[in-house]
Design a protein around this ligand. Structure first.
Ligand code: SPV
Ligand code: MG
Length: 576
């Protein structure tokens, strides 16, 4: 349900009378469920008026039709669908719309029943009910051969009068529908009944016809003016030009009609559309051909408010503080299982990471799995899948979780263990993008047997000297594996922090690069790129990417020796 069309019953109910007073002519469209209500309620177009001014053209309200309410449930229109079911449907349509509603009340049933219906419709915020002067249970009026039995006009007039007395405010309108022309009793009978019902206090008259020729409707409209003169007052006149649909609104206005109801068109249109779709699928044995006949799912999302739900989820996530993303989809040459699942002192690397992040107050942890994804433990993380892990790399993995990238986050390689202070210090910088760098890398011989991710800074730094560091000045100019070790300020640890802005910038740049072919920095394609490649792209585009140095507090599990080194460190408490 969309929350965009907010209105209270008290605000909505008087709107029909207000519109009638202001415009003298209102246009009403049928609705039979929430989505047709939304479409009718929200539809508009802009036209130029006679003075060349843009004007908005839309429907003024909704018709909750007995024909289409019944049809939407697969039932005939013969007062088989009970009042409770009708009220349920009416309130669903009201829930998602904000325009006045006229309810088709069929015959209204017996007078006591109708009193209760009026009370409930009024409470829901419905603006008007129209009841027809036939005997319960009626048959639909458009049928060519159904038996149409008219109600005794006195009985009907009493029903109207009693209903008028139970309504709380007269902004709720009770309208009498004349079925004399439908039942073949002619103009005089219709006029007689109109006079009687108007004297009983009805708020409007609807005249109905099933003929394609509008002559009898036009004749009634002219006679109605004379009747109004005779009575000394005039109540709004309603028509439903389904059969005589060649008649234009301008003609109806000229005849002093006040309400035109397009009574069943959304239902009829949807049946035609659905019919075409099912036939095409049966014919083609697939659904590709029906795409032009269907709106994209996204349009449904927008229409029913799912897009709004997602936006609020994203806002909630942003308000939740820092998130973590751990791409753990890849396969390692040295291990039989994903590195995230390597055991360090009895629990997986991932569980160690989750523990450390939880200690740092990070609760939104997102892990992207691929290789042996079903082996991942049921820990408190959101899992996303990169099923193309054989052919892709960490950036592709990260963006499999794009919907969760809202606000501040840490990107953490799945094969590292880190101390809490590394995380906290990175977040504390409050910079848009900060890369954690180890300046002591040159001394760690065992780590140099793999291509290191190195960082070259804007200002040369001598990693061997003591110095004060101010991360605000520490900007990276180059990051990647193909850099010259002596020139580098340090090794990228595999943890990067993004502020809310940094996260947005990362998404913008990534999405902008999608579709780019050929090498992507050090990778042979964007699909096979690492975060360092995307960071280099950002640096080249002028986004500041900072680094923060650490001399300790992390270890990468690159080979089995690292695994046992980590076990020793953790059991000895080293590095915490
Ligand atoms: C309806 O829409 O249910 C109506 C109008 O009552 S008609 O079907 O023309 O009778
Ligand atoms: Mg009806």
């Amino acid at each position: 349900m969309t929350l965009r069309n907010l209105i209270s019953p008290e605000q909505r109910r008087p709107r029909l009378r207000e519109l009638l007073t202001r415009k003298n002519f209102v246009r009403i469209i049928e609705a039979h469920n929430g989505i047709s209500g939304l479409i009718g309620n929200n539809a508009f177009l802009e036209e130029l008026d006679d003075n060349g001014q843009a004007v908005r053209v839309e429907f003024d309200g909704l018709w909750e039709s007995s024909l289409t309410d019944s049809a939407s449930k697969g039932y005939p229109d013969a007062e088989i669908i009970g009042v409770e079911s009708r009220l349920h449907n009416i309130s669903q349509i009201l829930d998602v719309t904000n325009k006045p509603m006229i309810v088709d009340g069929d015959t209204g049933g017996e007078a006591s029943h109708f009193e209760y219906t009026v009370k409930r419709l009024e409470a829901l915020g419905v603006s008007a009910v129209i009841i027809e002067d036939k005997v319960f249970p009626k048959r639909n009026s458009l049928s060519e051969d159904a038996n149409q039995v008219l109600e005794d006009p006195q009985v009907f007039a009493t029903k109207i009068k009693r209903a008028g007395e139970v309504r709380i405010k007269d902004d709720f309108m009770i309208i009498a529908r004349l079925e004399s022309l439908i039942a073949g009793f002619g103009l005089e009978d219709a006029l007689q009944r109109a006079r009687q019902y108007l004297k009983a206090g009805v708020d409007g008259i609807m005249i109905h016809s099933k003929k394609n020729d509008p002559a009898e409707i036009f004749a009634f409209a002219e006679a109605y003016e004379r009747l109004s003169d005779e009575l000394g007052y005039r109540r709004p006149l309603v028509c439903v030009p389904t059969a005589y649909n060649q008649v234009t609104e301008a003609e109806l206005k000229a005849l002093n009609f006040n309400v035109v109801i397009y009574a069943n068109h959304l239902m009829r249109a949807s049946v035609r559309a659905m019919d075409n779709v099912v036939k095409s699928i049966l014919l083609n044995k697939r659904s590709l051909e029906v795409d032009p006949l269907c709106v994209p799912v996204k349009e449904i999302f927008n229409l029913v408010g799912f897009t709004d739900v997602k936006e609020k989820d994203a806002q909630f996530a942003r308000d939740q503080g820092v998130a973590a993303f751990i791409p753990a989809a890849g396969k390692s040459r040295r291990f039989e299982q994903p590195k995230a699942l390597l055991k360090i002192n009895g629990q997986s690397l991932l569980e160690n990471q989750v523990e450390a992040l939880t200690r740092c107050g990070i609760r939104r942890i997102n892990v992207i799995r691929g290789f042996k994804k079903t082996d991942f433990p049921p820990v408190k993380v959101n899992y996303f899948d990169n099923d193309e892990y054989e052919d892709t790399f960490s950036i592709y993995s990260l963006f499999q979780a794009q919907e969760a990238i809202n606000g501040k986050f840490l990107f953490i390689n799945s094969d590292i263990l880190f101390s809490d202070f590394v995380i906290k210090n990175l977040i504390d910088t409050n910079l848009d993008i900060v890369v954690a760098v180890d300046g002591s890398y040159k001394h760690h011989k065992h780590m140099q047997d793999k291509a290191l991710d190195l960082v070259i800074s804007k200002t040369a730094v001598n990693a061997d000297q003591r110095r004060l560091v101010n991360p605000f000045n520490q900007k990276i100019v180059r990051i990647g594996k193909q850099l010259d070790i002596p020139q580098a300020v340090g090794e990228y640890i595999g943890i990067t922090y993004f502020s809310e802005q940094g996260a947005e910038d990362l998404k913008t740049v990534y999405n902008d690069c999608l579709g780019r072919t050929g090498n992507f920095h050090e990778a042979d394609s964007l699909r096979r790129a690492s975060l360092t490649d995307l960071l280099q792209e950002m640096i080249d585009r002028g986004y500041p990417v900072h680094f923060l140095e650490f001399e300790r507090g992390w270890i990468e599990i690159h080979n089995p020796q690292d695994q046992s080194a980590a076990e020793t460190m953790l059991s000895g408490g080293e590095g915490q």
